[in-house]
Design a binder for this molecule. Structure first.
Ligand SMILES: [Zn+2]
Length: 263
């Protein structure tokens, strides 16, 4: 959707947020970053093009990444971002981060450049903070923070990033959130239809009882119509009566003529 670098950074940011303890597609998910080893495992599982360092990690890096994860979650849950605290938080992530120009595509014949973040140090927390801060800045500057979402599935708090052109991603990829939501929506529609049917039936029954006029009322209405439709009906009835009378006369005349011819 965006530059490849922004896409992979946002994807990795979502992966990082989803390592926190929570519910993924109705299943409890434990905290996945609790040790240096688990942090190394997480980094190794991300896109190698990110070039996030996985060596020389210590406890301070684990704590720093967990803190960053909490901040990211806070910013993410405030999306779409209109201002206030989330913007301050993004600025804090970018504190001390400068930029340099890099080619977006090394193989392209026409060079295109973008401003890539320079972290304050080569340590994992600083590298990730600079990359993620830069990606969030990109979303904010381009008014695309509504793409920062939480899965719409029931019992699911997974963070998602919508990188689709038509902004259609609403569910995570952990389980069957999309499918569960469709089944639920289908059942809700069926229940609503059944309920509407019952209600309509009830209304027609009680409506009949309430609205049914007595025979005397009907006769009175026919004779002295009070409503517009009643007046129209009376006019129609008398018009029909006149027509019938005319027809009868004509037929009678014809019959008489025929009889005359036979004689
Ligand atoms: Zn989900």
């Amino acid at each position: 959707m965006f530059h490849a670098e922004i896409n992979r950074t946002l994807t990795a940011a979502v992966n990082l947020m989803n390592t926190a303890e929570g519910l993924h597609s109705a299943k409890p998910s434990p905290d996945e970053i609790t040790s240096i080893e688990s942090l190394r495992k997480f980094v190794a599982a991300q896109d190698p093009e990110l070039k996030w360092p996985s060596s020389g990690l210590g406890r301070s890096q684990v704590d720093g990444i967990i803190e960053l994860r909490d901040t990211l979650r806070e910013i993410w849950s405030a999306a779409p971002i209109a201002g206030g605290r989330p913007v301050e938080q993004i600025n804090e992530l970018l504190d001390g981060v400068s930029t340099k120009l890099v080619r977006t595509d090394e193989t392209s014949t026409t060079p295109e450049y973008r401003a890539a973040p320079i972290p304050v140090s080569g340590q994992l927390v600083d590298v990730v903070t600079a990359a993620v801060g830069d990606a969030l800045k990109f979303l904010l500057v381009n008014d695309e923070t509504s793409r920062m979402r939480t899965c719409r599935g029931d019992d699911c708090d997974a963070a998602i990033i919508d990188l689709t052109r038509n902004r259609s991603k609403l569910f995570c990829d952990f389980g069957n959130c999309a499918n569960r939501a469709h089944v639920r929506a289908y059942r809700a529609r069926q229940a609503a239809l059944r309920e509407a049917g019952k209600q309509a039936l009830k209304e027609s029954e009680t409506g009949d009882k309430l609205a049914k006029p007595s025979a005397a009322e009907k006769a009175a209405e026919l004779d002295e119509p009070t409503s517009e439709s009643g007046v129209a009906a009376k006019q129609f009835r008398s018009a029909m009566r006149d027509e019938l009378m005319d027809q009868r006369d004509t037929k009678g005349g014809k019959k008489k003529k025929k009889k005359k011819n036979k004689k």
